[in-house]
Design a protein around this ligand. Sequence first.
Ligand SMILES: Cc1cc2nc3c(=O)[nH]c(=O)nc-3n(C[C@H](O)[C@H](O)[C@H](O)COP(=O)(O)OP(=O)(O)OC[C@H]3O[C@@H](n4cnc5c(N)ncnc54)[C@H](O)[C@@H]3O)c2cc1C
Length: 521
Amino acid sequence: MAKYVAIIGAGISGLPAIKQCLDSDLIPICFEQNSFIGGLWRYEDISEKNKESYSTIYKGILTNTSKEMSTYSDFPIPVDWPTYLNYTYVEKYIDMYAENFNLLPHIKFNTTVLKVSILPDKRWKVKYIIKSENEEKEEVFDFVMVCSGHHSKPKWPEFKGMNLFKGEQLHSYKYKRAINFENKRVLVVGSGNSAMDIAVELTHVASQVYISIHSGKLPWIAPCFLKGKSQDSIIKSFPIPSHLKLPTDPLIATSSTINSEIFQCLAAGTIIVKPNIKELKSENSQIEFVDGTILENIDVVIYSTGYYIDYPFLEKHIYTGGDEIEQVYRKDFLDIAWLYRSIFSPKYPNIAFIGLAHRAGSLLPICEMQARYVTSLFKGSIKPLPSQNEMERSIHKYYENGLKKYCKSARSGIRLSHLPYMDALSKEVGCYPHPYEIFKKFGFNFWKLFMFGMATSIYSKDIGFYPHSYEIYKKFGFNFWKLFMFGMATPIKVALTNWRDSREDAKDATYTQIVEKDESV
Ligand SMILES: Cc1cc2nc3c(=O)[nH]c(=O)nc-3n(C[C@H](O)[C@H](O)[C@H](O)COP(=O)(O)OP(=O)(O)OC[C@H]3O[C@@H](n4cnc5c(N)ncnc54)[C@H](O)[C@@H]3O)c2cc1C
């Protein structure tokens, strides 16, 4: 009997969800509140039109993950596009993907999901409203895939005097263009990618830019390219070995921020780093910091302080595990998602969350692999999920490991190590590519590319040349290990990782080869 899947959202997680449902003979119905696909990547200049918008990106945004590492496995991003894409390219890629797989007919646009509730027979009732009709409707589904993103409810910090401050205060989701801040003295609060991007952009027009960082020190910052290779093909490929306990915040334990230009700005003093804010004052638009220093005449404060995980259409316990669990972990983790493999609520295995990840690596291939895993499970074509108890044990373990591995500022309860995670899911799905099979099917040249090229989703797997910290220790001893783990990403490391520039290589990895490859193993 046909099985129906409700998909909520048509962004970069909802679109592969539709595609994978179709591939698995499930019937997807996607609800999208906007009149377009692409979610937050569809840029809208709300500052110009003075209206609300779903889009949280800014005009100058570039992806912080390279195109090679950001592609869906079955539809490579065109080789002649730049390595890091601005939103126009991302929009175009999303449109091309949807058109290529004919996904649009499966989307109900301008339709907002209001409530998703479980029925006694374990199916889901989806209550929704179509904007033009103003009348609530309901439909029942066998499965739900929640693809509504987690960047729509801004997190504001709480500082003394925020209500008294005379300057402008905004959250970064409202930031659209630097030009609106010409000749202003601006303080950006935060140390993630958006904070750094915005601060750098502002230096071109603002009279002075400051950046306030909670810990008082800069996070690890990686330039876009290292030795001619995109940084995410090198740095982001480091899974954190589970035996490793890290006392502070070395590169691999935190999310590094990607920005090439910030070094220049710091060197030139066009961006000045300040510690956490102590108080905002009305007098002279002053801001006092925890180290006792004071800035005067600050015109604008931009809070680039993240977002809450929020699914207003769902009961919260479904994705947080309920109050008891929250109490255990809330003190240590900034976000809580009580989900097996960051996807399944142990109590409700027929609802899946796609894209709920603070990832080291691009979210696009992660969403695609999650969708493949979920639809294979829904279809019943792979080994079923473990018992509720086992799933809960696994989530506890994930949090306990997280406590050991990540420094406080990076303790996100939805953090994933990109490649190990992709490996685990691809093994479940049955698309984990074995080198010998690759060699047999495609010959030596493709095998070499597969083995020594980038670990893009096109290959699905980094298969054994990854430099494991323990192996490095065994082979080269403590001093080199220390340098390897905590030193710069020097050419030595790069050589060890054996990565090659994918630009030329990627041309060989044609669409057909990729599809065939997945089916062959
Ligand atoms: C500034 C910024 C930069 C980023 N840069 C990168 C990057 O370079 N690389 C990367 O991999 N990731 C990046 N990310 C992470 C980002 O979350 C993902 O790239 C991606 O946009 C998430 O896709 P999504 O489909 O899960 O969510 P979204 O893009 O948020 O899409 C969700 C969709 O669901 C719809 N929706 C929501 N609620 C409802 C409802 N109740 N009913 C119907 N429809 C609903 C929305 O309208 C939207 O279309 C960035 C995030 C931000 C904020």
